[in-house]
Design a protein around this ligand. Structure first.
Ligand SMILES: [Zn+2]
Length: 327
């Protein structure tokens, strides 16, 4: 497994340094079959990103793409081999590059995402693609693929014969998060609102906690997070509570620092493990992501919030109303 640096984390539009990519080439794709007809693919090149494939009687759903084209091509090959003429849907859990750059490799698919995901891809996607191309020639052939169908308000049920995919807004890691719950199998793909350490630099603590609480109420057999190992039913309550505890702890600690008028440099004193997340989480990236979380919180809680963030409404979708529109 290749370990990447902090700038290679799931920040939007950042890719690992080329040298790391080259070193990583040649690894076999990690593919797990978690039920008879649900697969999980995990990136060997970049921060254990997960993507999924759900084979249903009347369609095939792909959930996210992987960071690098050759990784996503493995998913394309599986889908081609098994789809047998069924329609293909590609669901994007959020707009970050590590989950969306391969969308153009599914030209026949109907691409579904949250409306905010499409918005962000429209405004930033081309620049992100150019940055990726500048770092590695394997991105040269990729083009920006925008979602065809967006979930703007409420939830969306995608009925594919013997399987029902319940898509619901799952903001927190980013405002546009979309989770996918396969009802018949009780498998939940969360996107990055769940990963080995909560990461809210492009998101919001309260929204993350609200989404985690919603997830906690779902009957699940397996949770597939945006990054890292799947979480089994028996582990899920503790993992979710652990994430809520972590977020509560970092808010408390940062508030204390601000009240004590400590400089931002003193945030380094707040250790990740003292907030409940092992430092080895996500292949050892946890301490770095933790520090970024602290800094982002410090900026927001001390009033250094950027103007664009001030106007954002914190709202978590909880209704069962279906609403989608063609974009
Ligand atoms: Zn990610």
């Amino acid at each position: 497994m290749v370990r990447t640096g902090l700038t290679a984390s799931c920040l939007p539009f950042k890719m690992p340094p080329v040298g790391i990519l080259r070193w990583g080439r040649g690894f076999a794709m990690q593919r797990d079959r978690i039920t008879d007809d649900i697969y999980v693919f995990t990136s060997d090149f970049y921060a254990q990103v997960n993507a999924g494939v759900v084979l249903a009687s009347e369609g095939v759903a792909v959930i996210d793409t992987l960071p690098f084209p050759e990784e996503t091509q493995e998913i394309v090959r599986l889908v081609k081999a098994l789809a047998e003429g069924r329609p293909v849907y590609l669901i994007l859990t959020h707009y970050h590059t590590d989950h969306t750059l391969g969308a153009c490799l599914f030209p026949q698919a109907v691409v579904i995402a949250h409306a905010l995901c499409r918005q962000r891809l429209e405004t930033h996607g081309e620049q992100a693609l150019q940055q990726a191309r500048a770092q590695d020639p394997s991105f040269a052939a990729l083009t920006l693929r925008l979602p065809d169908v967006v979930v703007e308000e409420g939830d969306l049920l995608l009925r594919l014969g013997n399987k029902t995919l319940h898509l619901f807004h799952a903001p927190g890691h980013s405002p546009d998060g979309l989770a996918v719950y396969v009802r018949e199998d009780r498998i939940l793909f969360t996107g990055d609102v769940m990963m080995p350490i909560p990461y809210i630099v492009d998101g919001d603590v309260d929204q993350t906690i609200a989404t985690l609480q919603r997830i906690r109420d779902l009957p699940v057999e397996t949770i597939v997070p945006g990054h890292g190992d799947p979480i089994l039913r028996g582990e899920a309550p503790d993992v979710i509570q652990g994430h809520i505890n972590y977020l509560t702890a970092i808010v408390r600690e940062v508030r204390r620092h601000i009240q004590q008028k400590k400089p931002r440099e003193a945030l380094r004193e707040i250790d990740v493990e003292s907030c409940g997340i092992p430092r080895i989480a996500l292949n050892g990236l946890a301490p770095q992501l933790h520090q970024r979380n602290l800094l982002a919180l410090y900026q927001r809680l001390s009033g250094e919030t950027s103007p664009s963030r001030k106007g954002r409404v914190a709202k978590t979708t909880t209704t069962a109303r279906s609403s989608s529109k063609s974009a």
